[in-house]
Design a protein around this ligand. Sequence first.
Ligand code: P70
Length: 458
Amino acid sequence: MAKFPVEPFRIKVVEPIRQTTRAEREEILRQAGYNLFAVQAEDVYIDLLTDSGTSAMSDSQWAGMMVGDESYAGCRNFFNLEEAIQSITGFRYFVPTHQGRAAENVLFTCTVEPGQSVPSNMHFDTTQANVIARGGEPVNLLAEEGLDPTSHAPFKGDLDIDKLEAFIQQVGPENVPLGMLTVTNNSGGGQPVSMANIRATGEVLHRYGIPFFLDACRFAENAYFIKLRDPAYADTPVLDIAREMFSYADGCTMSAKKDALVNIGGFLAMNDEALYQRACQQLILREGFPTYGGLAGRDLEAVARGLWEGLDEQYLAYRIGHTRYLGDRLVEEDIPILEPPGGHAVYLDAKRLLPHIPQSQLPGQALTCELYLEGGIRGVEIGSVMFAREDPETGEMVYPSLELVRLAIPRRVYTQAHLDSVVEACRRLYGGREQIRGMRYTYAPPLLRHFTAQFEPL
Ligand code: P70
């Protein structure tokens, strides 16, 4: 039997949730245009839409909110955050932002010119869209085994180093303003990137004079996986592993809504002073003065404290074990997931679960809807709806290799019984899988389609 880790905390505040009837959910889903983003949260029983901004904050973080200094310039919480960021990442400069995508926008506005390419192991939705919005081309160079949902390789988030070098030579380093790694790799199953791969990515990029940035929102989970899976780091404190990860990069974008355990917040950090000055200009234009950057002083304090809490090894053992439990239970029921389970989420493999639905008929979206109908559970499609793109030359749709439904687990929020009820709903759904039909769009916006598209069942 799958093992469930004991929570290293107890519960002080509770929030009621409500189960609906299947008939109610059918009507709710129809009215939402079969897009779970359009469903009211109160109509969701277990909300696994995202691990972003959905954490339960600690008593220390809430206490920190009360010592928020709401001065426009130079508030004390900025300096607490600066201390945490400099100590953990080692980067010299940072600007706070209201969330991760704002950091991406500032970074790409300062660096990417139309026609240039930004390689990564795999871009997530907003990074991809922010590169495209600058007229750039996001390029995914994930190593082959990351695309095989059945491979049990330890570091399936690794980038293919040979492909990176070949790519730089092909387009010319002057057309690559920066390279990135997403840790952990969200679009590819929440899989970690190895230390060797982070180091090698930095070496290749730097050999061509290209800056290297981490998309670091799940850096602590990635660091913990390195401790678990790379024997060389078995006895290294996670904090030191994280510091080494950052040491190979020139900066990072961070959505603090993930591993920093807050409901809002993010930052952009870097070593390059000239870039920092340009980032400040962009920040003042879009987010706010550089000592608050679109956040209240209290939010900065919650991020500062959350960064440290997210690195606590007892917490990380629970966190990774909690996600692992859900994955192991699903595997026990023979339900196809991307293996091994990721750090922040378990991903159902829609291609293997619904082999009778071609990608053009959006099997991931169909599965997402079915899971809601079955158990009031909200996951998110990470497949053709999120990532299929029209080939600019042929005009044909190019579908992603992975067609997934992500069950993202909010931090410190759900119990083992909640996860068991998710498994139960998946089991019932799996029993009736042959009856599940595909879907088609009734509305599809050009950028970041998944958030607002509308569908109907075929
Ligand atoms: C998620 C959310 C955000 C994200 C990320 C990586 C690797 C940057 C960002 C942007 C987005 C989402 C997706 C589906 C449903 C709800 C929300 N990821 N880089 O859940 O950060 O959101 O703070 O602007 O994963 O994975 P931000």
